[in-house]
Design a protein around this ligand. Structure first.
Ligand SMILES: Nc1ncnc2c1ncn2[C@@H]1O[C@H](COP(=O)(O)OP(=O)(O)OP(=O)(O)O)[C@@H](O)[C@H]1O
Ligand SMILES: [Mg+2]
Length: 430
């Protein structure tokens, strides 16, 4: 099982628990993290603006674009939104980002400890003293929260006594004497009783990987989308070092951070729950379409795409309804007509597909994945192949609503597909 699959599984188990607790599915709404963050940011009381001495209330006005940088533990997700009429939000790009969240800093500290103590000592400590390792992680987590760009005092980290014991057992040396002269950190690290004293620059360097990647990504995004306002949210945005580095790197921008940065997503999700219509448009993360048959064209279509029906050569093509990167308004409908491929067919099966390509031609290519199938009864075969089914696809809050109508009888079949989790094409190999 991939981590992503585990997360989706956990989420669905959680939803089942909520439903079992008596909350009906109509009262349950999934909020997308970056969307929830944007909703909160739009309403945010800005009291930490740079260059502003006063605590002023500033709500973004219609037309303004803003970037929300959600810095969590695992990932950093960046989205750009625009405030449209009636203070609603339009998504201008799909969330982008990477695994540059706060846990990368913790991982760098652990890697440093491994270099400092030697692989052998570190491995033994981690495997034989798990609760002490947890204690060390907690200690680092506490110290990590206070480091700023201008910190010049050495940072003290209390080491569990097991570290010293394992070090002695394996190296036959005393840790307090050894760290000052070994491990390549002379002058930057020393031991005082049970505490490791770290040079602030060394401590800040644990943030380098994350900060460099975040800054690089923001610079890249700014080349494509112009915006003057950055909202920094997520737990990692509570770090003074993180906020100060971003402020220093983008001096002309309005960087808004908040004491409660870690709660912005939660608060935004509550606002969204009260008013889902606050989101008017989303950018499609994938290309959505249906599968249809068309005559096989010799010399144009690859041979492996040929399917023979009633002695006629066909191929299965992807009929696009919405393209990856395209902005679709919530409740927008895309329409198309599909014709019977055989004069005697009494049921039309319409497969619904997603693709990670903008313009997939055939449905059997690796970028495409079947979401599900809708079957429309066509018992009256009097029209032969001149019988039609009208397909309407509506983009809802978090679902793709699919409606197929038999053009002659008016009979309707509908289905909906979750766009947030299980049907995500990224999970197809899980
Ligand atoms: N004051 C702080 N200084 C530095 N880091 C902090 C601070 N407060 C929280 N963090 C870090 O923020 C991270 C957690 O943030 P958050 O709760 O937003 O993550 P998440 O939403 O659970 O993760 P993800 O969005 O990646 O799924 C942790 O890595 C934590 O160490
Ligand atoms: Mg998060």
């Amino acid at each position: 099982m991939t981590d992503r699959y585990k997360i989706v599984n956990t989420l669905f188990n959680y939803i089942i628990t909520v439903l079992q607790a008596g909350i009906t599915s109509k009262d349950l709404r999934l909020a997308l993290e970056p969307e929830a963050a944007s909703i909160y940011c739009k309403e945010l009381i800005v009291n930490h603006e740079e260059n502003s001495q006063s605590s002023e209330l500033s709500v973004l006005r219609e037309g303004s674009k803003f970037m929300v940088v959600d810095m969590g533990g695992g990932t950093v997700d960046v989205t750009v939104r625009q405030v449209v009429e009636e203070r609603k939000l339009k998504e201008l790009n799909v969330a982008t980002g990477g695994p540059w969240g706060g846990s990368k800093v913790n991982n760098n500290f652990m890697a440093f400890m491994c270099t400092l103590l030697s692989q052998e000592v570190w491995n033994k400590f981690c495997s034989d003293y798990m609760s002490e390792k947890l204690e060390l992680e907690r200690e680092f987590e506490r110290k990590k929260r206070y480091i700023a760009l201008d910190s010049d005092n050495r940072i003290l980290i209390k080491l569990p006594s097991a570290v010293r014991e394992v070090f002695k057992e394996i190296t036959k040396k005393d840790l307090n004497n050894a760290v000052a002269i070994e491990g390549g950190y002379q002058g930057k690290v020393e031991m005082k009783r049970d505490k490791l004293k770290l040079d602030p620059k060394l401590f800040q360097s644990f943030f380098d990987d994350s900060l460099n990647s975040i800054v690089k990504h923001l610079k890249k995004l700014l080349k494509v989308i112009e915006t003057d306002t950055f909202f920094l949210v997520g737990g990692f945005a509570e770090s003074p070092l993180v906020c100060e580095t971003i402020r220093k790197t983008f001096p002309g921008k309005r960087i808004v951070s908040h004491d409660d940065a870690g709660l912005c997503v939660l608060k935004g999700a509550v606002l969204y729950g009260h008013n889902p219509k606050i989101v008017t448009a989303r950018v499609c993360k994938y290309t959505y379409g249906t599968e249809a048959m068309r005559y096989f064209i010799n010399g144009y279509d690859p041979d492996e795409q040929k399917v023979t029906i009633d002695g006629q050569p066909f191929c299965k093509i992807f009929v696009k309804h919405a393209e990856m990167g395209q902005t679709v308004s919530i409740e927008d409908t895309s329409k198309c007509e599909l014709e019977a491929v055989s004069a005697t067919m009494t049921v039309m099966t319409i497969p619904v597909f997603v693709s990670t390509e903008k313009n997939p031609v055939y449905t059997s290519i690796p970028s495409c994945r079947l979401l599900g199938k809708v079957r429309v009864a066509m018992p009256d075969i009097s029209g032969g192949i001149n019988r039609k089914v009208i397909v309407n696809i509506t983009f809802g809050e978090s679902e793709l609503m699919f409606e197929a109508i038999n053009a002659k009888s008016g009979e309707k079949v509908s289905a909906s597909y979750d766009l947030l989790g299980e049907n995500d094409p990224e999970n197809k190999n899980s």
